[in-house]
Structures are given as C-alpha cells and as structure tokens.
Write a protein of this length. Structure first.
Ligand SMILES: N[C@@H](CCC(=O)N[C@@H](CS)C(=O)NCC(=O)O)C(=O)O
Length: 197
C-alpha cells in the first residue's frame, strides 16, 4: 500500500491514521507544483485530480478524497468508530463536516494573491466552525477516549488554524495537544519534515 502525500498537507491525516492503525504502507512524496513524485513518477497518472491524498491499495486500486481514504483506513485498520447505533454515520457526518466545511474554509490561505479581506473572512468562518465542534466535545477525542480517523483529520485542521493565526478554543486545543503527543503523530510529523529536505 502506498500513500501519496505532501508534507503538512491534508494527507497528513491519512498518514497519522495509517500509523494509528498499524497498517503497513510506503510513503511517496508528491510535488504539488510539478505533479511529480520524488522518484519522478507523473502523479497525474496516479490521481488525475492532481491533489493529495491518494492511497494505492495492495490490489492496485487507488482511493482518493480524504473522506474515502480515512473511512477505508478506519474500516481496515480496526480504528474503532463511535459505538452508538448511528456510529458509522456519525463518523461520516463528522468527516464530511471537516472536509466540506472546515478544510474548504482554508482555501484563501492557499490561493496565491488572495486578498486580505478574503483571509479575514476565512479566519472568522474557521473560528465559527471550530467553536461548533468545541461546544460538542465532551471527551478526550471526538467520539470518546480514543482517537478515530476523524480526530486525525481534525488534528491537521487545528495545526493549520494555528499556522494562520486562528486560536483553537480550549477543548479543541486540548485535543490537538493530545494528538500531538501520540507516537503515531510524532513519527508522521518527523517523516514529513524529513521528506522536505
Ligand atoms: N477534496 C479533496 C481535497 C484535497 C486537497 O485539498 N488537497 C490539497 C492539499 S491539502 C492539494 O493537494 N492541493 C493541491 C492542488 O489542489 O493542486 C480531498 O478531500 O481529498
């Protein structure tokens, strides 16, 4: 299995989740400007959408989109989702919220030449969406005492928020710090940092 990633990008969520799950995988770094991997592969042949993540499974199938990649890792890596009756749907609901409402709100920060007003508006939107999650957080992680793939994704968003100067509300800051301390996260961060060199 191979995870195509760019250091610090949203693919970090899948990277941490794969480590949390203890699944065997290789990493392939993608240059998002040239669409080449570090071994010179044309990334557009792997994911014609051009963006990360892409997860190439052992049978050769390629999965893209964070929601699909993370759901697959959760299902195959024994990362328990929420136990309640609607558990699987609650997890998908959360992944969709993080992907389509939170992740997408960062767009002005990654758009060259975006105006300051667009970034200010984006910061307010991100803060509102983090507040929504913070008010509902009642345990160490989104669905209880152990992290799910949704926590891995939220963690990346919380790192980005820090990077663009949006303060995480207290409970979410605690979740971010707990995720940072986990060995899976530490290894993933070190590997992605080393891949920049
Ligand atoms: N809808 C996609 C979005 C993925 C995405 O935004 N990837 C970014 C990195 S966080 C990327 O590769 N951007 C480069 C590009 O769009 O060319 C998903 O959820 O997987």
């Amino acid at each position: 299995m191979q995870l195509y990633f760019a250091p610090g990008a949203c693919s970090l969520a899948g990277h941490i989740a794969l480590r949390e799950a203890g699944l065997a995988f290789d990493l392939a770094r993608v240059d998002l400007k040239t669409h080449r991997t570090q071994t010179g592969q044309d990334y557009l042949q792997i994911n014609p959408k051009g963006y990360v993540p892409a997860l190439v499974l052992d049978d050769g199938e390629t999965l893209t989109e964070n929601i699909a990649v993370l759901t697959w890792i959760g299902d195959h890596g024994g990362l328990a989702g929420p136990a309640a009756a609607l558990g699987r749907y609650r997890l998908l609901e959360m992944l969709a919220y993080i992907s389509t409402e939170l992740h997408k709100s960062f767009k002005p920060f990654f758009t060259p030449g975006a105006e300051a007003a667009a970034k200010d508006q984006a910061s307010r939107t991100i803060a509102q969406r983090l507040d929504y999650l913070d008010e509902r957080l009642s345990a160490d992680f989104l669905f209880g005492a152990a992290p799910t793939v949704a926590d891995c994704y939220l963690y990346v968003m919380l790192r980005w928020a820090q990077g663009v100067g949006v303060n995480a509300p207290a409970r979410l800051a605690g979740l971010r710090d707990r995720m940072t301390e986990r060995p899976a996260t530490q290894t993933a961060l070190q590997q992605e940092e080393a891949a920049k060199a």
